[in-house]
Design a protein around this ligand. Structure first.
Ligand code: MSP
Length: 485
C-alpha cells in the first residue's frame, strides 16, 4: 500500500484560529481525503507551536503562566478542526514530552557531529515572525515580512552550520519540489549572497526547550517547531521511517523560507530524506490586508460554518484560493457562490432529477438505451485525477463543474418531460452523472457528497461510469438551501 504523509504548519497559540488557518487545514484535509480514496495509507499531521517569545508575551499579557495559556488555546485549535470535519490522524503539541525529547536528541546528534558552535548573534529580531534579519533585509526599520517593529539583538547564541549545506540546498531547490514553481526563485534569492549559519538558541527567553548542551539557553522556536514533522512519527527511534519523507508539506508563503531553506538543511545534516513537495499558499485578505489578529480583521470560520453550512464554507474556500494570488474573503461573494454554484447548478440538478424519476418511474432508477453523458464524465474524471495528483486543488474542483454544467445543458436540451421515448435514458444518465459528481466532490464536501448518493439511493463510489446502476432513489431533501442575499 502506498504511504502518504501530509503535514500542515503547526499553529501559534497566541490566539484562537481564524479563517486563514482554517483554509490551510481544509486544503490539507482535501488532499488527505483524496489520497485515502485512492487507497493510500495516509498520515495527516497538524498541531500547535507553543514555545518562544511571541507566546511568552501573549501569556504574560493575559496574566497567565505560559503552560496554562497554551493549554487553553491549543484545545481551541483541536476543537475547531473537529468542528470543521478535519480528518487529521494526529495532533502534535510542541510542549508534548516526546516532541521535547526529539528536539533534545536531535540537537545532541548535531552537536556531536560538529554542526553546532557557540558564537554571538548580532542583528534584528521580529517577535511576531520569530525571525532573524540582517541590516539589508529590514525595510524602513520594520520586519520585511509582517511590517511590525524589529528589535536589535546582540546576544550569545549557538549556531547551526547551515552554510555547510548551501550546495545541497541549491540542488534541492533546483529540483521540482515547490508548488507553485515561482517560489523557487524567491527562495534562492534569500541567500543570493551566500547561506549564513543560523542562530538556534536564545539565552534570554525562558519559555522554550532547554538546549541539552547548555541549559542557560533555550532552543530557537523555529528549530523546535520544524522538528515536529519528525517527532510526530517517532524520530529518532529506529523504526520511525515508515512515513518519512513527507510527501507533501503545506505552508503559507510567509513561512516558506523556514520550510524551504532551513528545514532541508536540518535534514541534510541529519542524513534524512527531504520532503517530496511543499505547497506554499497565498493569504486570505479581509478588507485590504492579510487576515490577522493583530490587525483585528479576522473572520471566525466556525461562525460562518454555523450560519451557512460547513460544506458550503469548504467549497467556497477551496474554490476561491488559487496559486495565482491572495484571495479576498467577502460574505456577499460567499452567499452568491452558495446560491449559484451549489443551490442552482448542483442542488437544483439533483432535485429536478429526483422529481422526474419519482413522477415517471416511481423513483426506480430506469435502464438506459445509451450512455449519453459517459464521455464527458470520463473526461472530467481524468482531468480531475490529473489535477488532484498535481495538487491543483481549486482547478480540480472547478473541473467537476464541467460535468455539472453538462448535466444541466443535457436536461435542458433533451427536455425529458416532453420526450417519452428517451426519458428513461435521460434520467438514468443524470443519475449516473450525479453519482460521479458526488464521488469527485467527496474530498471537498464529504458530508454533502454522501448525502447526494443517499438521496440517489446508490452506494457505488467508484470513479468509473457504470452503465448499470440500479436501485430506488431515497428521500428527497433540499441539498443546498438558497440564502437570502
Ligand atoms: N507556528 C508557525 C508555523 C510553524 S510550522 C513548523 C506559524 N504559525 S501561524 O499560526 O502564524 O500560521 C500558521 C499558518 O497559517 C501559516 O501557513 C500561515 O501562512 C497561515 N495563515 C495565517 N494567516 C493567514 C491568512 N490570512 N491567510 C491564509 N493563511 C494564513 O507560522
Amino acid at each position: 500500500m502506498e504511504k502518504f504523509y501530509i503535514t500542515t504548519p503547526i499553529f501559534y497559540v497566541n490566539d484562537k484560529p481564524h479563517l486563514g488557518h482554517a483554509y490551510t487545514m481544509l486544503l490539507a484535509d482535501c488532499i488527505a481525503r483524496f489520497k485515502r480514496m485512492r487507497g493510500a495509507d495516509v498520515f495527516f499531521l497538524t498541531g500547535t507551536d507553543e514555545h518562544g517569545e511571541k507566546i511568552e508575551t501573549a501569556a504574560t499579557a493575559k496574566g497567565l503562566n505560559p503552560k496554562e495559556f497554551v493549554d487553553s488555546i491549543s484545545i481551541q485549535f483541536k476543537n475547531a478542526w473537529e468542528k470543521l470535519n478535519i480528518s487529521n490522524d494526529y495532533f502534535i503539541r510542541t510542549t508534548d514530552k516526546n516532541h521535547e525529547d526529539t528536539v533534545k536528541k536531535t540537537l545532541i546528534k548535531l552537536y556531536n557531529k560538529g554542526d553546532i558552535y557557540k558564537g554571538t548573534y548580532e542583528g534584528w529580531y521580529c517577535v511576531s515572525c520569530e525571525a532573524y534579519y540582517d541590516d539589508n533585509e529590514i525595510k524602513a526599520g520594520k520586519c520585511p515580512m509582517c511590517g511590525k517593529n524589529v528589535v536589535r539583538k546582540k546576544e550569545e547564541s549557538y549556531f547551526f552550520k547551515m552554510s555547510k549545506y548551501e550546495k545541497q540546498l541549491r540542488e534541492w531547490l533546483s529540483e521540482d519540489h515547490l508548488i507553485p514553481e515561482y517560489r523557487k526563485n524567491e527562495m534562492i534569492n534569500f541567500f543570493k549572497d551566500g547561506l549564513k549559519d543560523l542562530s538556534i538558541t536564545r539565552n534570554n527567553i525562558k519559555w522554550g526547550i532547554k538546549a541539552p548542551f547548555d541549559e542557560t539557553h533555550t532552543v530557537y522556536v523555529w528549530f523546535d517547531a520544524l522538528l515536529n514533522y519528525l517527532s510526530a512519527i517517532g524520530y529518532p527511534d529506529e523504526n520511525f521511517g515508515h512515513y518519512w519523507p513527507a510527501d507533501v508539506q503545506i505552508m503559507g508563503k510567509d513561512i516558506a523560507r523556514f520550510h524551504a531553506i532551513y528545514w532541508p538543511t536540518f535534514l541534510f545534516a541529519l542524513d534524512l530524506k527531504t520532503p517530496e513537495k511543499m505547497i506554499t499558499t497565498n493569504w486570505w485578505i479581509s478588507g485590504k490586508e492579510k487576515m490577522s489578529k493583530s490587525i483585528g480583521n479576522i473572520v471566525d470560520p466556525l461562525n460562518f460554518a454555523d450560519t451557512y453550512g460547513l460544506d458550503q464554507l469548504r467549497y467556497y474556500l477551496l474554490k476561491e484560493m488559487t496559486y495565482g494570488g491572495d484571495a479576498n474573503f467577502n460574505e456577499k461573494d460567499f452567499i452568491q457562490t452558495i446560491n449559484n454554484d451549489l443551490a442552482e447548478e448542483l442542488g437544483n440538478l439533483l432535485n429536478r432529477t429526483m422529481v422526474m424519476n419519482e413522477k415517471y418511474f416511481n423513483s426506480e432508477i430506469p435502464k438506459p438505451e445509451k450512455q449519453d453523458l459517459k464521455e464527458t464524465a470520463d473526461k472530467t474524471v481524468k482531468n480531475f485525477l490529473d489535477l488532484m495528483e498535481a495538487y491543483q486543488i481549486d482547478r480540480a474542483l472547478k473541473e467537476i463543474w464541467v460535468l455539472v454544467r453538462e448535466c444541466n445543458r443535457y436536461v435542458n436540451e433533451k427536455k425529458p418531460w416532453g420526450n417519452e421515448e428517451e426519458r428513461g435514458t435521460i434520467v438514468y444518465n443524470l443519475i449516473e452523472g450525479l453519482r460521479i459528481i458526488s464521488v469527485l466532490l467527496e474530498p471537498f464536501m464529504p458530508v454533502k457528497a454522501v448525502e447526494i448518493r443517499s438521496q440517489l439511493g446508490v452506494k457505488n463510489h467508484s470513479f468509473e461510469w457504470s452503465g448499470s446502476t440500479k436501485g430506488k432513489n431515497g428521500a428527497r431533501t433540499l441539498l443546498f438551501p438558497k440564502i437570502d442575499a
